[in-house]
Ligand binder design. Structure first.
Ligand code: GLU
Length: 380
């Protein structure tokens, strides 16, 4: 376990609202300073650090003297606008005292789903790391109501509704070796520790299987995430070649402890190393439509890694253009893959069920034999 921490060169830390808050909801300043001191030690050792921080809404709420009962999205956005500057100033001042330059980066889901913005984000973050800065990242809550609303919006899957997923996208997009989620839970338990006294901590997980996913029952008290979103983050990160830990972060020196001999949380081992474009396709894009395939096509995709031909398609929904990301469902309605469509939704509807030789006859042209080429398909 220790060797994973030692070898990790690029590390993303995610500090949840709970890890950064005192019991009365105020920013736990000395705790945050202790995290920055521990991070400075790692930085000194040559590690590249990125931070994904929550806390803007909570800090803003206190500055504005709001009670927390004001539930509307625009209230939270206003709180985030007020709180973010104050939160960032704390990081900036703290790191400056430690001889480190912090850089603020605020992101929305579009910065991931739009490939050119995503590539530009990667370049900028890479440059910041080269300059030995520590990027301090949060969701750009003020301009993106989706982020503060939650997961699903009008049936379209959004990239992230919480900072757990954001930190996973940052870690996978930046090819990090390790994501450390510092939370108010000690890790993943085999039962709900609030209800079951016999619940024990799982120290190591290899692969976020359905059984592991079933353990995602604990919600977080203040932040938006919970164990479920942390397990989703683990799925993304471990398929993209990195390890992830969940550790208790509501105490002084919690970051240092992760890298010391007494680490107590849950470690998720890497299981796969999806190449960059496929990782983006699987986790960072928004799907604009979906394609249902028959059993034969599913077998070809999942077992042989084949392309998706129009003949295997039984239904097309949504409105997409060539190059857009579509979800691929099997006959039972389970999403099995994602891919970049070669034809628009309306053309796909006209050619579904046909042999590739019939494409030109049906829509008047044929640029590709496949509806989705295998290089542009990633299995989920
Ligand atoms: N962006 C939110 C904030 O800074 C936190 C989101 C989350 O906890 O997932 O308050």
């Amino acid at each position: 376990m220790q060797s994973i921490f030692k070898k990790a060169k690029r590390i993303v830390f995610k500090f949840g609202t709970n890890a950064l808050s005192a019991d009365d909801g105020s920013l736990a300043l000395s705790r945050l300073y202790s995290f920055m001191e521990d991070i400075a030690v790692l930085h000194q050792q040559g590690k590249e650090i990125l931070i994904v921080t929550s806390g803007a809404v909570g800090v803003g709420r206190r500055i504005l003297g709001l009670s927390g009962q004001e539930d509307g999205v625009s209230f939270k956005q206003a709180c985030a606008a007020v709180g973010q500057t104050s939160l960032m100033k704390t990081y900036e001042d703290g790191f400056r005292d430690l001889g480190i330059v912090a850089a603020q980066v605020l992101l929305t889901e579009d910065d991931f789903s739009n490939r050119s913005r995503y590539l530009s984000l990667r370049d900028t973050l890479g440059r910041l790391l080269e300059l030995k800065c520590i990027p301090v990242i949060n969701q750009n809550d003020t301009v993106s109501p989706n982020e503060l609303r939650g997961y699903k919006e009008k049936g379209v899957k959004v990239c992230f509704g919480d900072n757990d997923k954001l930190s996973a996208l940052v870690a996978s997009g930046m090819d990090a070796d390790l994501l450390c989620i510092m939370s108010d839970v000690e890790g993943l338990y085999n039962a709900d520790p609030r209800k079951d006294k016999k619940a024990t901590l799982i120290h190591q997980v290899k692969g976020v299987t359905e059984e592991i996913e079933a353990l995602g029952f604990c919600a977080s008290s203040r932040g938006r995430g919970g164990m479920k979103t942390k397990l989703e983050a683990a799925k993304v990160v471990t398929r993209c070649g990195a390890a992830m830990i969940i550790a208790y972060g509501k105490k002084h020196g919690a970051v240092g402890e992760v890298f010391g001999p007494s680490f107590k949380g849950t470690l998720f081992l890497p299981v796969e190393d999806l190449p960059g474009k496929k990782a983006w396709l699987a986790y960072a894009t928004n799907v604009t439509g979906s394609i249902k395939i028959n059993a034969g096509a599913k077998k070809a995709l999942c077992e042989k890694g084949s392309s998706l031909l129009p003949a295997g398609v039984v239904d097309v929904t949504g409105d997409f253009e060539p190059g857009d990301t579509v979800a691929i469902y099997d006959a039972s309605g389970k999403e099995v893959a994602r891919g970049l469509a070669n034809y628009s939704a309306s053309d796909s509807r006209k050619i579904m069920g046909c042999r590739s030789e019939e494409i030109a006859k049906k829509i008047g042209f044929k640029n590709y034999d496949e509806l989705i080429h295998r290089d542009n398909i990633v299995l989920l």
